[in-house]
Design a binder for this molecule. Structure first.
Ligand SMILES: [Zn+2]
Length: 287
């Protein structure tokens, strides 16, 4: 559900969050629901401001009761430093709010709620489990030591296992406190589903596909080629998103008048992406 446009980024509210805010208001705690919403929003804007400061294009942000997902249009995994900088900016905002809470303790009306929500979001997001912020930092760290696809796999598996672990803890704690357990259950479901979703969405799926295609001629398989056309100022990553999964692509690069300047293979494009040049224009590959 589209909500508002902030700093040129579209903010969407997940229906689950809406349900929670309605539940809060029915129990006479609308203020609490809104406070929770604002804290999650502030966390996500930490990521967005950090991404924008590094010239990344942030498409949208979706707010869930357990945190948010900022959709950045270029893959971050090829630049570990940028990835951990953007990942840590969210929890950093929670840390700032925790400090402010202590500083203005006597003036805040919902002191305990604001403090607890921030501590929960801070700790949960720092779990080394992809796609949580801590999981992104783990992947960035591992990718310095082992190949990126292995680092990616470990971080995603950690996400999956942490999700299952929290799920087991929540089932166990049902006997202790049902509301708390339910919240944990939602958290864990989010983690398990999101780790799967993020993995298939990651730029790595392009790579695996292309590697398979590269093997095809060796096994004497025949693949059809397709020709794409792109303006020389097109962003490399945007062109990659148009690559077919079943064909080998050749990109014809044209200028403002539609005149052909050169041809670029998909391998060249993916190679540029791998070297962290996904946000550059296709023109930079020509000279
Ligand atoms: Zn975050």
């Amino acid at each position: 559900m589209f909500l508002i446009k902030l700093l040129n980024v579209k903010v969407y509210l997940n229906p689950l969050f809406l349900v929670i805010i309605v539940l809060f208001s029915l129990t006479g705690m609308l203020a609490e629901g809104i406070i929770l919403f604002l804290i999650v929003l502030f966390h996500e804007f930490g990521h967005i401001i950090a991404a924008k400061s590094l010239k990344y294009d942030v498409e949208k942000v979706e707010l869930l009761p357990v945190g948010g997902v900022a959709v950045i249009n270029q893959p971050l995994e090829f630049n570990g430093r940028n990835e951990w900088f953007i990942a840590l900016a969210g929890p950093f905002n929670n840390l700032m709010m925790i400090a402010l809470c202590f500083a203005f303790k006597d003036y805040l009306s919902h002191y305990q709620l604001i403090l607890n929500a921030n501590i929960t979001l801070f700790l949960f997001n720092l779990l080394p489990a992809f796609p949580l912020d801590g999981g992104r930092v783990l992947r960035a760290y591992l990718s310095k030591k082992i190949p990126l696809n292995q680092a990616n796999k470990i971080a995603v598996l950690m996400g999956f296992f942490c999700g299952i672990l929290i799920m087991l803890i929540s089932i166990y704690s049902f006997w202790i406190r049902a509301v708390y357990a339910l919240y944990l259950l939602i958290l864990s479901a989010f983690l398990v589903i999101a780790s799967q979703k993020e993995y298939s969405r990651s730029a790595y799926s392009y790579f695996n596909l292309t590697l398979e295609k590269k093997e095809a001629p060796k096994s004497k398989e025949v693949l059809t080629a397709q020709v794409l056309m792109a303006h020389c100022d097109s962003i490399i990553y945007n062109v990659i998103k148009e690559l077919s999964t079943r064909h080998i692509s050749l990109v014809v690069v044209v200028d403002d008048d539609g005149e052909i300047i050169d041809f670029v293979t998909e391998y060249l494009l993916l190679d540029a992406l791998k070297k962290g040049k996904g946000t550059a224009s296709i023109k930079t590959l020509l000279y």
